[in-house]
Design a protein around this ligand. Structure first.
Ligand code: G16
Length: 544
């Protein structure tokens, strides 16, 4: 099959964000748009002759078309083998697992995560390196630089792979292996967790669980692992059939968008455990009956109970969290006498720490938790981790978290998102607030004294690379924090994220309502940054 070289011109908007390139489907449908980005990616990788590439995505609209284009380009660029999930499907954690297991050179994952899908929704693409993790900034910057000078791309004469047929096919000299998207991942989960104990819990009459796959990629994974392998009651997994438009939903597992699950978990007769995952399966939300576990607390509780889980029984080397994540996990690390790390937002920043064995568990406030088993956050893994803890401790979710707070104190925490605000207003708000930061140090705000105020910059302790401008932080002497940053994953205008945290260790004050407990800091933030006055928004789009 002939390799064709197609002339093209650059698009100026192909800069990867927090997690790859995310745009409206209609943007990706522009002639040459996808091809330009894929060629720019391949060109940033050096010699790919004879290398193995993993390809798969979350099944959203445009997924299959993109898989076919990528395969035709991979063949033209000299990859010798592609490993592809059946029907072009691979959850993000499964893709990471497959890259590692088959020692692939890297992988292309097609997803816009939790963003809505369909012809008018979002699409996304990102490259993961051989450790299974998102490409570090050095590569994403090279991809963008290539995209700004690209003049042609390589593709073989149009050929179509039968994505639904498991087995080996050939494409212009490249071998294409279509694999079951669930098998390798399910095998890995069985190695990590005590499946016998979890199965005993799930089949116990008194235990009820609900897992909301939100019509996205985790449906087949959850059905296979929870219902088929572990014996959870039929109906445990809801919205379990992946749809190309995610059923017109917003598969973001949080209190706003996972409404069906949240309503059930906060009803009379709520199940014992509720969980949800997102579009591409890397996020998770954990709920007990009438109880929400913040992602930051979830990481802290998992770390404190890691000895319950076979894979982590021998101990953790460290815990890493993104900067806006609450400091609750740090307290566990301190008690365990292990390292704790604070990284910028973005899973790619955990890769070096995991590879160097300086962190075993990682987590982010944005409903992401993971470990050294792969190099992506992993939604279903987190749910299995909680199931394993519940099976060992034989307590409810709220009892476990309540005891955790008694032992470590509670980091009250909330995130307020203001979505789709005009970019110029959002940027100016950040510029003006940053200018004010030096004058805040030593001042009183909301009855607390500001200890530091800066724009977070991270020096990677493994390779010493520096990442600046990672969010504005106002830290108080009592450990409270206010953080503001602009999302790097939205596709419409700007999303302003405000993160607020305060610490409480008075055992009589551990069970307050979160927004009330943080009200003084919330009001002070609005006043300081002028959120309402500048955006006209009187309340956030999403509160978690
Ligand atoms: C991605 C990244 C995460 C990050 C999240 C939110 O998650 O992998 O590390 O925390 O975006 O980023 P932002 O606050 O910039 O929108 P996902 O699940 O969208 O791939």
């Amino acid at each position: 099959m002939a390799v064709r070289t197609i002339a093209t011109i650059p698009f100026n908007d192909q800069k990867p964000g927090t997690s790859g390139l995310r745009k409206k489907v209609t943007v990706f449908q522009q002639t040459h748009y996808l091809e330009n980005f894929v060629q720019s990616t391949f060109d940033s990788l050096g010699d790919v002759q004879g290398k193995v590439l993993v390809v798969g995505g979350d099944g959203r609209f445009y997924n299959e078309h993109a898989v076919q284009v990528i395969l035709n380009m991979a063949a033209a660029n000299g990859f010798s083998r592609a490993i592809v999930g059946q029907n072009g499907l691979l959850s993000t954690p499964a893709a990471s697992c497959v890259i590692r297991k088959y020692h692939a050179f890297g992988g292309i994952i097609l997803s816009a995560s939790h963003n809505p899908a369909g012809p008018n929704g979002d699409f996304g693409i990102k490259y993961n390196i051989s450790n299974g993790g998102p490409a570090p900034e050095g590569i994403t910057e090279a991809i963008f630089a290539n995209s700004q000078t690209i003049s042609n791309y390589k593709i073989i004469d149009e050929a179509t792979i039968s994505l639904d047929v498991i087995g080996t096919q050939s494409l212009g000299g490249m071998t294409v292996d279509i694999i079951d998207p669930v098998d390798d991942y399910a095998d890995l989960m069985a190695e990590l967790f005590d499946f016998d104990a979890i199965s005993a819990l799930l089949t116990d009459e008194s235990f009820q669980m609900r897992f909301d796959a939100m019509h996205a990629i985790t449906g087949p994974y959850a059905k296979e692992i929870l219902e088929n392998k572990l014996g959870a009651k039929a109906g445990t997994v809801i919205n379990g059939t992946p749809l190309t438009d995610f059923g017109n939903g917003h598969p973001d597992p949080n209190l706003t968008y996972a409404k069906e699950l949240v309503d059930e978990m906060f009803s009379d007769n709520a199940p014992t455990l509720g969980a949800a995952s997102d579009g591409d399966g890397d996020r998770n939300m954990i709920l007990g009956a009438n109880f929400f576990v913040t992602p930051s607390d979830s990481l802290a509780v998992m770390a404190a109970n890691a000895q319950s889980v076979p894979a982590y029984k021998s101990g953790l080397t460290g815990i890493a969290r993104s900067m806006p994540t609450s400091q609750a996990p740090d307290r566990v690390a301190e008690k365990l006498g292990i390292e704790s790390h604070e990284t910028p937002t973005g899973w790619k920043f955990f890769g070096n720490l995991l590879d160097a064995d300086r962190a075993t568990l990682c987590g982010e406030e944005s409903f992401g938790t993971g470990s050294n088993h792969i190099r992506e956050k992993d939604g279903l893994w987190a749910v299995l981790f909680w199931l394993n803890i519940l099976a060992v401790r034989k307590q409810t979710v709220s009892e476990i978290v309540g005891q955790h707070w008694l032992e470590y104190g509670r980091n009250y925490y909330t995130r307020h998102d203001y979505e789709s605000i005009p970019s110029d207003i959002a940027k100016q708000l950040m510029v003006d607030l940053e200018a004010k930061l030096p004058s805040l140090i030593g001042r009183d705000l909301a009855g607390k004294t500001v200890g530091y105020a800066d724009n977070f910059s991270y020096t990677d302790p493994v390779d010493n690379s520096i990442s600046s401008n990672q969010g504005l932080r106002i830290g108080f002497e009592d450990g409270s924090r206010i953080i503001l940053r602009l999302s790097g994953t939205g596709t419409e205008g700007a999303t302003l994220r405000v993160y607020i945290e305060s610490y409480e260790d008075d055992e009589n004050k551990l069970h307050q309502e979160t927004q009330s407990a943080l009200q003084a800091l919330i009001s002070a933030t609005d006043e300081l940054a002028g959120i309402t006055s500048r955006t006209g928004r009187t309340e956030p789009t999403v509160i978690t």
